[in-house]
Design a protein around this ligand. Structure first.
Ligand code: GLA
Length: 694
């Protein structure tokens, strides 16, 4: 071998190892060079207060170790008091003053709240509701996302901000708009026309559209694009799914309008994000977050208390949008003002939530809001500082948590959660089921949650991703409701199983194509043959059905939904059967599994009770060789793991309602208690951060 080819081979080796290390723990793009690895902050509205007050607020934030403010996202009328007259000097002063107190700024573009001069002079920028009425000014999200005129105003104000702050060293990033107007659309002529044009670009010919939507049904056939309506209420399932996608397309384009102008005038180190809302389903979040640096979300409990499994699932969902760490851009300082009972979180509960967020991959947690405006719609919302300008009791809990973040932050540098189990979530499938639930209690997100709960408990780390994500690194992939399962997605999943993966599909899977038409095969469509089994008939249940007296997973019941399976291949194994029920289901298979390539495919045709779901999860985990990331923890204690940069960190959060002692798998450094030990004592809502030095 010549010396140059030796060098080449060595280079390949280095590259190969660098890439495989990267595949394991990608650098979290959400950590900001020069700042702590995990941050805490708040939403601050300097425009609502006299400038003479600002420094006092910032001093109190600094004393609490708050390191980030998100500002300006509703301040359009202050930045552009009349058309084309801009005033950004005050914002520059606010950013500089925050920096003096070691606080960096995230700038929100103010496009969720156009000023009154704009909506009154150009009423076509206001949204039209389904009943044909234009909304009135002043309740935010009142503009039409599809209005070209509105988009141009958005571009202009964003350009002014980006030109001014795109190189400001104290501005670390941008948030586009705010919660994207809850995906509300304007039911006006412009939007309608855009929808028809979008359909035309997608389907090319009316023949194609008519055939995909089977418009021979109920005389829906269209012979002109202008005849296609915006669906209001129930409609053709193909039309309804496309409307949802069009809504996503409009908001993605709206977002891009602002991204383009920010990118043009800003340094690449400034991130661009949007603040999403967990399982809010107004658009496909895999699509809308694609052009962003990372995803953020607003984590609100509303009434009652945190459901730790659902909150963990929502974090993991957000992490899965772009398969990387994320920010909690807003969370509630005790209470909100918009739920049925705006009760306060218990003392310690918000701290537990903040640490849970970090455990699931958040690199920043911000409270909404610092102080309530003296007037305005949200006077009763939780805050850190009261109307008198003095800290409220909750300030101390935030301050304690933020001090803890600052104390242990270095252990989180370059760390991310890494999981062996993936749950698949699909907006198309969710919408398709929601359009036609067939039985009122069918809850696809509830089913996702029950598998999440069971699998999370066993594996202690679960990713929630799109079915189109790379799956090869997962030992187990579970899709509780993959109703829309077109050929390309089926091929991707089958390839995963063929290469050794364990694929599990839940009820209603493999029924529809990408146009929301029934597949001309029995469920699970393209997966049926490889599975060696198919669904003969589905049944909405009006009462529970016993399952599996002789089944491998023990016995229990199915409720809400049951599918009668039929095994077609001699090596397809029936794991669970229905007991006596409606005659049709009696003694019929409910769960079938079959080896496929180097892996396995399993189909679960019913909504199982919690005990059976847990048994199913146990079986899946064993079959696929998934190991818990930490080891046994007492009931009610959640453990999460982040790894990377040569470190492994565990976060323990006690949601049990009483004290718990956790025995560690080996002696670790307890970063909050400041000692080395092989056990951790956690009071109710107690937290410990463990640096595994072995
Ligand atoms: C949302 C918004 C905030 C604020 C909070 C109140 O998340 O983004 O502006 O209204 O709710 O909970």
């Amino acid at each position: 071998m010549t010396s140059s080819s030796l060098v080449r081979v060595l280079c390949w080796f280095v590259l190969f190892f660098a890439l495989s290390a990267f595949a394991q723990t990608p650098t979290p793009l959400t950590q900001i060079p020069g700042q702590n690895a995990i941050l805490m902050g708040d939403a601050w509205y300097p425009e609502q207060w006299p400038e003479s007050r600002w420094e006092e607020d910032l001093k109190m934030m600094e004393a609490a170790d708050l390191k980030v403010v998100r500002i300006a996202e509703f301040a359009w009328s202050r930045m552009e008091p009349s058309e084309g007259r801009y005033d950004l000097d005050w914002l520059e002063r606010a950013i500089a003053l925050a920096a003096k107190h070691h606080i960096v700024s995230v700038l929100g573009t103010p496009t969720a709240t156009p000023p009154a001069w704009l909506t009154q002079k150009y009423p076509d920028t206001l949204r039209v509701e389904q009943n044909g009425q234009r909304v009135t000014h002043g309740n935010r999200a009142h503009a039409s996302v599809s209005s070209p005129r509105y988009r141009e105003f958005c571009r202009q104000i964003t350009e002014q901000m980006a030109r001014r702050f795109g190189h400001n060293p104290n501005v670390v990033g941008w948030q586009i708009d705010n919660e994207y107007g809850y995906a509300l659309m304007s039911y006006d002529d412009i939007t309608h026309q855009k929808f028809q044009d979008w359909l035309k670009a997608k389907y090319k010919t009316l023949d194609n559209l008519n055939s995909r939507w089977t418009t021979q049904y109920w005389s829906q056939a269209y012979d002109n694009w202008s005849e296609i309506p915006i669906p209001v209420g129930g409609h053709n399932p193909g039309l309804m799914l496309e409307w949802k996608r069009f809504v996503g397309h409009e908001w993605t384009e709206y977002q891009q309008n602002e991204i383009d102008v920010i990118r043009k005038f800003s340094e690449p180190r400034q991130f661009i994000t949007g603040n999403f809302m967990g399982f809010f389903d107004g658009f496909d979040h895999y699509e809308i977050t694609a052009p962003l640096t990372f995803a953020s979300w607003d984590d609100y409990v509303g009434s009652g208390h945190v459901d730790s499994a659902f909150n963990g699932l929502s974090h993991d969902l957000t992490r899965g949008f772009k398969r990387q760490n994320f920010w909690v851009m807003e969370t509630q300082p005790g209470a909100v003002n918009w739920h049925s009972i705006n009760n306060f979180l218990n003392r310690g509960e918000a701290r537990a939530m903040a640490w849970q967020a970090i455990g699931h991959g958040a690199d920043d947690v911000n409270y909404w809001q610092w102080r309530s405006a003296l007037n305005g719609q949200e006077q009763y919302h939780g805050v850190l500082v009261g109307a008198d300008g003095m800290p409220v009791p909750f300030y101390d809990e935030v301050s304690q948590t933020a001090h803890e973040f600052a104390k242990v932050e270095s252990s989180f540098r370059d760390t991310v959660p890494v999981s062996e189990v993936a749950l698949l979530y699909s907006y198309d499938s969710h919408w398709a089921i929601q359009f036609q639930k067939h039985t009122q209690d069918y809850d696809d997100i509830g089913l996702l949650k029950s598998y999440y709960r069971a699998l999370r408990q066993l594996s202690q780390s679960v990713d929630v991703v799109s079915g189109y994500a790379p799956l090869d690194d997962y030992k187990l992939v579970v899709a509780p409701n993959l109703n829309v399962l077109p050929k390309d997605l089926a091929d991707h999943l089958l390839e995963y199983a063929r290469n050794g993966g364990n694929l599990v599909l839940g009820p209603r899977s493999g029924m529809k194509d990408e146009y929301n038409a029934l597949l001309p095969q029995r469920q699970p469509g393209f997966i049926a043959e490889p599975l060696g089994a198919r669904v003969e008939q589905y049944y909405a249940l009006e009462k529970d059905v016993p399952v599996a007296v002789s089944g491998a997973w023990g016995s229990g019941k199915a409720s809400i939904w049951a599918e009668q399976l039929k095994s077609m291949a001699s090596d397809a194994e029936v794991l669970l059967k229905y007991g006596k029920s409606n005659g049709w289901l009696d003694d019929q298979p409910a769960v079938v599994t079959r080896a496929y390539g180097k892996g396995r495919i399993t189909y679960i045709g019913a909504v199982l009770d919690d005990k059976l779901t847990a048994a199913a999860a146990e079986w899946m985990v064993q079959k696929s060789g998934v190991k818990p990331v930490f080891g046994p923890v007492p009931d009610g204690v959640e453990v999460s793991r982040r790894m990377g940069g040569g470190k492994q960190v565990f976060i323990l959060v006690n949601y049990a309602g009483e004290s718990r002692t956790v025995t560690l798998p080996r002696s670790m450094k307890l970063l909050l208690a400041n000692k080395k030990s092989d056990k951790a004592e956690l009071p109710q809502y107690g937290v410990e951060v463990l640096l595994d030095t072995n």
